[in-house]
Design a protein around this ligand. Sequence first.
Ligand code: ADP
Ligand code: 5GP
Length: 198
Amino acid sequence: MKKSKGMIIVITGPSGVGKTTLSNRLVKEYDDIDFSISVTTRNPRSNETDKAEYEFVDPEEFREYIADNKFAEWALVHGNFYGTKRSTLKKALENKKNVLLEVDVQGGMQIKGQFPEDAVMIFIAPPDHNELKRRLKGRNTDSEEVIERRLFNALKEMLYIDNYEYFIVNDDLEEAYRVLKLIIETEKYKTCRREYKF
Ligand code: ADP
Ligand code: 5GP
């Protein structure tokens, strides 16, 4: 039997669908799941602090990270750069923790390619386009222009659903969270993730 290995939980879905809401709940409830803090060139929102939600850097620093091969994946998303540091994944997996990545479809595909056994690919879908718009507006964090761009990009992102092992429609939050936990709990029982001696 193989040694127990942590999983890389990849959560993807259009902006405003509820990824952060679901992820925050999960990392709060599960001590064995670390949230991967991404690096981004996006400006911080009023409720965000550096190194909590993201590591906020300028484009020059981001370029240096790329040149130094610091990223396990990176992508240009809605006009800003976002990336996951290799060291974040390494640290979590070495400590036998599971790590949760909230990444776009480009990042998701890069992680799936590099870690086909460790990645658990979960797509969060909105009930419909109007509800997605309502959530983006209701969140009150982005300008009209930014919201329009994110809604347009949502149409392209939805085409990637088939590349994910699981998809959850985040209509009722409690139900979506219940299913998310069900997936994580089940994945933990995969033979490749168990440690067992007889
Ligand atoms: P994302 O991280 O995918 O961009 P957020 O988690 O920031 O999305 O959620 C966007 C907004 O939608 C937030 O205001 C959040 O409270 C709200 N929201 C999340 N899930 C639901 C749901 N199931 N029903 C209604 N509103 C939701
Ligand atoms: P936001 O600006 O709303 O925080 O995030 C916008 C988009 O960037 C979301 O779809 C989110 O999943 C994606 N994103 C956040 N961090 C990363 C990352 O490290 N890599 C990639 N590829 N996408 C990310």
